[in-house]
Design a binder for this molecule. Structure first.
Ligand code: SF4
Length: 168
């Protein structure tokens, strides 16, 4: 214990500043929270479905909830059930074996509901477009309200896109 304390005293503070993206997220988040409160009077609930991604898009979505971006504080909540969701967030090309599950998830949501696609694969299949197992982009199966481009989009780009969408 004594050695641990001594090492801490010698090394000093090792936490690095979080950077300008986090500062910008802080600013955008204030607007995002106000928008969500105005439109929904509560949090904006999102159900995420991966229909065959490489998990790059999921990593960035998860990053929006890390201590740097902490998107929950702005009123965005990721939920496990489509019945609790305002929006369906879809990543990846739609693989043939996920097309029906995607449709059923959408059908289980209450109105009004939104469909948001995230990443180039969800738009039209992206890097996996001509693969034998890809049914197509999400828009071939569901009405899409917002597309967040990128391969993958950064957490800040995701926050910006949500703000623009909810401000429209
Ligand atoms: S858009 Fe890029 S990061 Fe996202 S699932 Fe496709 S290949 Fe992966």
């Amino acid at each position: 214990m004594k050695n641990i304390f001594k090492n801490r005293m010698i090394k000093g503070m090792v936490t690095i500043p979080v950077g300008k993206d986090a500062d910008e997220a802080d600013k955008l988040g204030v607007e995002l929270k106000a928008r969500i409160q105005k439109r929904f009077g509560r949090s904006f609930h999102i159900r995420e479905v991966d229909t065959g991604s490489c998990n790059g898009c999921e990593s960035e979505i998860i990053a929006t909830t890390n201590p740097i971006y902490d998107i929950q504080r702005f009123g965005i909540d990721f939920v496990a059930s489509p019945r609790h969701a305002d929006a369906l967030l879809v990543t990846g090309p739609v693989s043939k074996n996920m097309a029906l599950a995607l449709r059923r998830t959408y059908d289980a949501m209450a109105e009004p509901k939104f469909v948001i696609t995230l990443g180039d694969c969800a738009l039209d299949g992206g890097a996996f477009k001509d693969s034998y197992y890809v049914a197509g982009g999400v828009k071939e199966i569901l009405p899409v309200d917002l597309h967040i481009p990128g391969c993958p989009p950064s957490p800040l780009a995701i926050i910006k896109s949500l703000l623009d969408f909810l401000s429209a």
